[in-house]
Every structure is written in structure tokens, then in C-alpha cells.
Design a protein around this ligand. Sequence first.
Ligand SMILES: [Zn+2]
Length: 184
Amino acid sequence: MAKREYKIVKERLFWSYSNLAMAHTAVDRKQEKYTTFNFMIRAKLYKGLCDGTMNVRTLFDDEKIKILLGQKCSYCGNTKDLALDHIFPKKFGGKDSGDNLIYACRSCNSSKGKKDLMEWMTSKGQFPPLMILRRYLKLIIEFCDKENLMGTSVEDLKNQNYPFNIEFVPVSFPKPNFLVMTIE
Ligand SMILES: [Zn+2]
């Protein structure tokens, strides 16, 4: 099968979200590698998201998760010097609403600065905890839905002043044993 390129915004975001669901099941089951079962979940979700028979679940589940996460840095687990970090940087229109805010220590907060979350993680050679990535992807999907960008080509979204950098939305994920749900 030819390598897909996911050139349309919708395809890229849904493919990333479907990979996230795949990774989620594998980490949940403490697998070291992805199996046919995980790939089936990914394929089914991707198809459903694209044809509109499935949708990205609301941000409400994440509110529960956020409470469970407790007061620690969502990126490194530090419990001291906490601040609220904007997933979408404020400078690019990120809001002060619950979906966009997570706890981060001052060190991570200032290191991330106004960089895109995935761009920042990639620059450190890391991959974010799945729960954080989930919030980030949902924010982007919500944004693109609202701004009518889902059918646009990925190319057209580059170098715009959007609160995320589409180039860093991951289309392939690390093996499950390199992933965590949340920082312990
Ligand atoms: Zn931190």
C-alpha cells in the first residue's frame, strides 16, 4: 500500500486522532507492540470520523481526567512552582477556558513559551503524555471546524498565525512502551 500523505487538514487531524485511540488501547493493555486489534481500532475510527458516523468525544471526559491528574506539572510531574499553561498560546488567541488550561511547572511553562505544544516536545526529543495530546488534538479539531478549515490543504495552513502548527501534528506514533497516558 502506498504511503498516505494526509494532505487535507481533516485527514491529517482524524488520522492523528485515530492513532491516538490506537495508542491508548495499547498502553491501557500494557502492550509492547501494536497488534491487529489496535490497527483495527485505528482503521474503524478513521473511517467513521471521515464519513461522519463517529465523532471526537466532547472535552467533558477530559475535565474528569484533569481532576484525577491532580496538581502537578502535566509535562514533567513536578509538584512545585505550578502555573497554568495555555495549550494554545495566548499570543495566538488561546483562551483562558478550562479546555485550554493545564498545570505546568514554571520551568516547563517558560521553556514551552509561545511554541506549539508538539513543536516544543519534538524539539526536546519527547512525545507528550497521551491525555495531553488528546486535549491538544481536540482543540485543533474544534478550531478547524469552527473556522471552516477542515477541507483545506495542510499546505495552506502552514506559516499562518494559528494557535497550532499543523506540520507537527503527528501522523505516526512511537511504540506503546515509549508512551504514557499521564505523567506519574
Ligand atoms: Zn514541568
